[in-house]
Design a protein around this ligand. Structure first.
Ligand code: B12
Length: 454
């Protein structure tokens, strides 16, 4: 049985993420797991290889896999559907298996919406995909999947949870083109309850041992000498003792020369951790700040106060690490005034890098439930998953803040942070770096694609 694993190829560049300079971590894990199980598997990171939609179809035609596994997030699931339609035209016998955060949140609904999806994998895919391959002619007993049987959609009970992450083989990046950046995930799960996040790995944090993390870092750095490493943990440093051990290993093994970045939480970061991170080569840390209004922060269950954020950002700058701050406009019951408070707070924090997203109701989140029910002052504008993008989406607006106003605020925010802090060179850099998104944004304005219900 021939297996091919891919991610969804893009049709046009909208975001920086559409042209990554790193291989997709999900593909790395899935491919390597199957390989160690002696499965005949091949992997293509279509985004990293900059393959066009049509080229991917040609490649699949050439390889003739029996099963194609495709990784998809919410905003790309429709494109994934289009891809599978085309693949089925090329080979009617090909079995399409869809995995990733979107189908994990909407298993049955996704199979209902996309006729060319045969099987969906719910949650972590390594073991479940292997079980699917092994039992392809009788899927009844395979946990954690949704599939079609005699014209109906069947969803089996949850699949095996990977309790011991050290038992997973370390991603074999030699199956991917050499990249300038690599990602690593040292723990899966997040215990916090932010209303906009779907925490696909659950609320219990499962940790790899620091020794296992070290093997991966050492292997990848020695083999590929990357220019950058990103720690993908939902909250790196959650377990301070373990984080310090990992950092000590990095320093002791002279892996500190590779620049690194991570996402952290302002309420758990300490000065000692930051100092160690600096020594271990961390050049950049970003924080989810979300809002500049204390009431809003409580409403979204952020569990971080504005004081904690200010302290964390000041400590990070002091440690000599560049800081990123992520904000969201469009929280439940958000108004122009509370959104402006967020923007002014962002100006005050003056992080090196800022991301201002507009709330997107990702399935599996509390915000999604509110938007569906029309609560929190939300008005859902679209059920087309293509519109579910934080930067240039069209998914929702609020009673007191329509889509046009939200997008105006987003633009004001980006400009005000840089102009009010006299960062004109950064402004030019920002415009250049975001030229794709900017173009998509202006196209949207020109085509009057706002779906505002006013
Ligand atoms: C690190 C991270 C990033 C990093 C790196 C992203 C990357 N692609 O590697 C950066 C900062 C770049 C990023 C950007 C974005 N991110 Co992000 N990110 C994360 C985070 C914290 C961890 C992702 C990760 O590394 N997971 C590790 C891998 C191993 O897990 P995985 O990809 O889920 O894959 C497993 C399963 O899903 C499954 N699986 C996946 N694919 C397949 C395929 C098959 C065939 C099978 C069988 C199984 C399978 O098996 C895999 C192994 O167990 C998650 C939160 C989370 N815990 O998932 C958010 C998350 C994935 N991001 C999210 C979003 C929205 C984005 C952005 C769209 C934000 C934006 N621009 O507005 C961009 C888009 C990026 C892109 N196109 O890739 C959302 C996705 C929501 C959704 N429903 O789509 C999440 C869930 C956070 C949230 N808000 O809830 N992100």
């Amino acid at each position: 049985m021939r297996i091919l694993i891919i991610n969804v190829p893009i049709k046009s560049i909208v975001e920086q993420y559409d042209i990554p300079n790193y291989p997709a971590i999900a593909l790395g894990y899935l491919y390597t797991y199957l390989k160690t199980k002696q499965v005949d598997v091949h992997v293509i990171d279509t985004k990293l290889e900059r393959l066009s939609f049509d080229t991917v179809i040609d490649k699949v035609r050439d390889r003739k896999p029996d099963i194609i596994g495709i990784s998809s997030m919410t905003h790309e699931i429709s494109l994934c559907g289009e891809l599978c339609d085309r693949l089925k035209e090329v080979d009617t016998n090909i079995i399409t298996v869809i995995g990733g955060v979107h189908i994990s949140a909407v298993p049955e609904g996704t199979l209902k919406s996309f006729a060319s999806f045969d099987i969906g994998i719910i949650g972590e895919g390594e073991e479940i995909l292997y079980n699917v391959i092994e039992n392809i002619n009788g899927l009844e007993g395979v946990g954690g999947i949704v599939f079609r049987k005699n014209g109906t959609i069947v969803q089996n009970l949850s699949g095996p949870e990977i309790k011991d992450l050290d038992s997973l083989p370390i991603p074999d990046w030699s199956a991917f083109p050499k990249s300038s950046m690599y990602h690593i995930i040292t723990a899966r799960g997040c215990p916090f309850h932010c209303s906009f996040c779907m925490t696909p790995y659950g609320k219990i944090v499962r940790e790899r041992s620091p020794e296992n993390v070290l093997i991966e870092l050492k292997t990848t750095i020695e083999k590929f000498d990357p220019g950058y490493y990103r720690f993908n943990d939902e909250t790196f440093g959650f377990n301070v003792k373990r984080a310090h051990l990992i950092l000590d290993y990095i320093i002791d093994n002279k892996l500190d020369k590779t620049p690194k970045c991570a996402s952290m939480r302002a309420n758990i970061v300490t000065e000692e951790t930051l100092k160690k991170m600096k020594r271990a080569g961390f050049e950049y840390i970003d924080y989810g700040v979300e809002s500049g209004n204390a009431e809003v922060l409580k409403r979204i269950h952020k569990s971080v106060t504005m004081e904690q954020t200010e302290r964390a950002i000041a400590m990070t700058k002091k440690a000599g690490i560049r800081v990123g701050a992520n904000f969201i406009l469009g929280h439940p019951y958000e108004t122009w005034e509370t959104a402006m408070e967020t923007i002014n707070y962002a100006v005050k924090l003056n992080a090196d890098f800022n991301a201002i997203g507009i709330m997107c109701p990702y399935p599996g989140t509390e915000i999604y439930d509110l938007a569906m029910k029309g609560e929190g002052d939300y008005i859902l504008l679209s059920t087309d998953w293509k519109d579910y993008n934080k930067q240039i989406g069209n998914a929702l607006e609020l009673k007191n803040l329509n889509r046009k106003q939200l997008e105006k605020l987003q633009m004001i925010g980006y400009l005000k942070i840089l102009v009010w802090n006299f960062r004109f060179l950064d402004l030019i850099k920002f415009i250049w770096q975001n030229r794709h998104a900017g173009l998509a944004f202006f196209k949207k304005l020109l085509l009057f694609k706002h779906k505002t219900k006013d």
